[in-house]
Structure formats: C-alpha cells, structure tokens
Design a protein around this ligand. Structure first.
Ligand SMILES: NC(=O)c1ccc[n+]([C@@H]2O[C@H](COP(=O)([O-])OP(=O)(O)OC[C@H]3O[C@@H](n4cnc5c(N)ncnc54)[C@H](OP(=O)(O)O)[C@@H]3O)[C@@H](O)[C@H]2O)c1
Length: 372
C-alpha cells in the first residue's frame, strides 16, 4: 500500500502521540505531517523533539524525515496545495488547533478557517476517503444532558452556551466543515478531557492535571465527591485514533474518545488515588463543594497551600475549570466500543505516574499548558 496518512498537530500533545502510535504500528513511511517552524529543518526538529517527549526512541523519531514533512501552516495552505504527495493521501487526522482556555484572538482563524482550508485542500482528491476531525466532546456546550450523560450525536446544538470561546470554535468548525463540503468523508472524533499518559505520566504535558492537585490542596472544588469525571490518557486516545484511521469501514460518523460509563471515575476516587500518590490522607469528609463564585473565598487558602502562586490568575483558571467540572459530564462511547476499540484505562490507575512526573514542577508552570 502506498497511500498516505496526513496528520496535523504532530508538534502537539495528541497529534504527537498519534504519530508515535503510527510509528509503532510500522506506518512511518506512510505518514505526511503538516508542521511549521522557522524553516523545514526547524519544523522537522520540532516534530522529532516532541515525539521523543511522547516516548519515541531516537530511532523511531528519526523515521520522520523530509519525505514525511509537509512544511506549512493551516493559515497558508495554498503554499502546499500543489504538492504531489497530497494525491496519495487517503486519510487525514486533523489534530492541529489552538487548544486554549484563554481568549486568544486567533481562535476562530485557526480552529474554524484553518479547518475549512484543510477540508478544501483535500476535497474531491481521488484517493481521499476519510477526514478524522479531532474535535472536543465539550463542544456540546452547557446543558447538553439532563442526567449527566452525553450521547454521541453528530449534530451539535448551534444555540448551545459555551464556557469558553475555544469549545464554541470547535463546534463551529464541525458545523461549517459539514456545510461547506458536502460529501467530504468527515468523521467527528471528540476526545473528552485528556490528562497525562499511562506510562509517562504528565512528563509530556501537565495540561489539566494541576487542577486535581489544587482541588486537593484546597480541600474544595465545584464538583461533588461522588460526581464522575470523564478523563482519558493521551496514549489510549492515540491508539484509538489510529484504529479509527485504519479500519476499512466505520459504522458511524461520530465517536467520543471518552472514558464513558465504564472508565470514568468519581472525584472521591481521584481524591483517594492522589492522596496515596502524595503519601497523605484523602480529604474525604472534610471536602467542601462550592459554587464557582464561592471559589473566590478560597484565595487566602490558595496563598497558604500553594506558596508563590499568582492567586488572581489561579482563581481565574479555577473558575473556568470549576465551570466544566460542575457539568460533571460522562460522554457515552457506545459507537467507539462497538468498533472493537478497548475501553480507556481509568485515571485512578495511572494517576500516581502523573503525580510523580510533575511533583517538582510548580503549579504556575503546569498551568501554562492550558493558557497558551
Ligand atoms: N488536550 C485535551 O484535553 C483535548 C481534549 C479534547 C479535544 N482536544 C483536541 O485535540 C486536538 C489536539 O489538542 P492538543 O491538546 O494536542 O493541543 P496542542 O498540544 O496545543 O497542539 C496543538 C497543535 O496544533 C498545531 N497548530 C496550531 N496552530 C496551527 C497552525 N496555524 N498551523 C499548523 N498547526 C497549528 C500546533 O503546532 P505548533 O507547535 O507549531 O504551534 C500543535 O502541533 C485539538 O483539536 C483539541 O481541540 C484536546
């Protein structure tokens, strides 16, 4: 087979893990990676450095060379549109995005316009048969469920409220991709909350993990102890993405990459697992659930238990994450499991590795992963 798999976002967390998974499946020669940098040498080095961070050996990372690089930016895809290698692309995994909770001015430009430009680049190419759009399960917005479970449905409600502009941009990208390119073989792949790696812990990225630590240090957060959270590790996401990319046929056009009913964990289980990792007693009965506004009352305690933190910034971040945690969504993954993809590991099973890998990294530094 000489058809090619185009992956965007290979210098990022999920896209990089997906490339590592592809390399381990012997697909190195079939990859084409859209990446940017000062020049193509820099782009290649950025990809390889990220693959090593995500566990690739130097030999595995070295499999990515000039033949695999599509040097470019989502904003200027016309510079690569005549590249003959695009004629061989059969599957695209579109993982590149501005994945930030900040009000970044380029969110729509990258996440919506960039996705549409990629759709245009691949539309009606003869070999092309599958566009895996890596969305986010949180694109369902607020109020998507009465009982806390969100089903895998292609149509996202256009009127849904969003806690951050990022999830709104991801929802808009899905809708516009379908509307602008009828017949483009799009499959929506929506991860829930990606935290850490089952063997590398949070060494490749501390995104979101710090929230659990801070909640335990404060002994308070917006979620009830027995509410569930839907968290998945990046390496399981990557293996699932590659399985969806390679299956000859898919039964559905939307999949949650989520823990679902079987693998989601209660906040109490997180408390117990994190306490064990830290060698302390779980907060347990002393835990206090607060509403988002009540988080402000915790500022003195923040200064006490997280010395050196920027308490105003931390409060702002906790309010955002507190809003999501309060939703306590569990994203059903019946479509995914029906494809024969194994369920996700549970956060409580690999949380100790996350803690160990990040224990010497200040909370403020960990938070930077989420406010790029
Ligand atoms: N992480 C999560 O918890 C999570 C949960 C649900 C869904 N997702 C989705 O998963 C996908 C990947 O997220 P992630 O956590 O891996 O994000 P990430 O680590 O921030 O990586 C983002 C990637 O996108 C690339 N990118 C950004 N703007 C670009 C542009 N204009 N042109 C080309 N490439 C560009 C970045 O390249 P540079 O390195 O050059 O900037 C990087 O490779 C996103 O679509 C996100 O919405 C993530």
């Amino acid at each position: 087979m000489n058809d090619t798999i185009l992956i965007t976002g290979s210098t990022g967390f999920l896209g990089g893990a997906t490339v590592v998974q592809a390399l381990r499946s012997g697909l190195g020669s079939r990859l084409l990676l859209l990446a940017r940098g000062k020049d193509s040498v820099d782009a290649l080095e950025r990809i390889r450095a990220n693959l090593r961070l995500l566990g690739a050996t130097s030999e595995e990372a070295a499999e990515i060379g000039v033949p695999q690089l599509l040097f470019g930016d989502l904003g200027t895809l016309d510079t690569v549109s005549a590249d003959p290698r695009l004629q061989q692309v059969s599957v695209c995994v579109h993982s590149a995005a501005l994945a930030t909770f900040s009000n970044h001015p380029s969110l729509e430009k990258v996440n919506v316009d960039g996705t549409l430009a990629l759709g245009r680049l691949l539309y009606r190419r003869p070999a092309f048969r599958r566009f895996l759009y890596i969305g986010t399960a949180m694109a369902c917005g607020v109020g998507a469920s009465d009982d806390g479970t969100v089903t895998e449905q292609l149509a996202l409600r256009p009127e849904a409220d969003h806690l951050v502009p990022y999830t709104r941009s991801k929802a808009l990208a899905e809708r516009m991709l379908q509307a602008k390119f009828p017949g483009l073989p799009v499959v929506m792949v929506r991860p829930s909350i990606v935290v850490g790696h089952t063997t590398l812990g949070c060494a490749p990225s501390q995104s979101i993990f710090w929230v659990f630590l801070v909640a335990q240090l404060l002994g308070a957060f917006t979620i009830a102890l027995d509410d569930r959270i839907d968290v998945v590790p990046v390496d399981w996401c990557a293996a699932s993405i590659m399985a969806l990319a390679l299956k000859p046929e898919l039964a559905h056009d939307v999949y949650h990459l989520s823990a679902g009913m079987a693998s989601s964990v209660s906040f109490r289980e997180v408390d117990v697992a994190l306490a064990a990792a830290r060698g302390v007693t779980p907060v347990g009965a002393a835990y206090r659930q607060t509403d988002v506004r009540g988080l402000a009352d915790l500022m003195p305690r923040m200064r006490e238990v997280i010395p050196g933190c920027n308490d105003r910034l931390l409060l702002r971040a906790l309010k955002l994450y507190g809003g999501f945690a309060k939703l306590s969504y569990v994203f059903r993954n019946d479509n995914l499991l029906a494809e024969g993809i194994p369920p996700s590991p549970r956060l409580s099973d690999y949380l100790a590795r996350c803690y160990d890998s990040a224990r010497d990294i200040p909370v403020a530094t960990q938070m930077e992963w989420d406010f790029k």
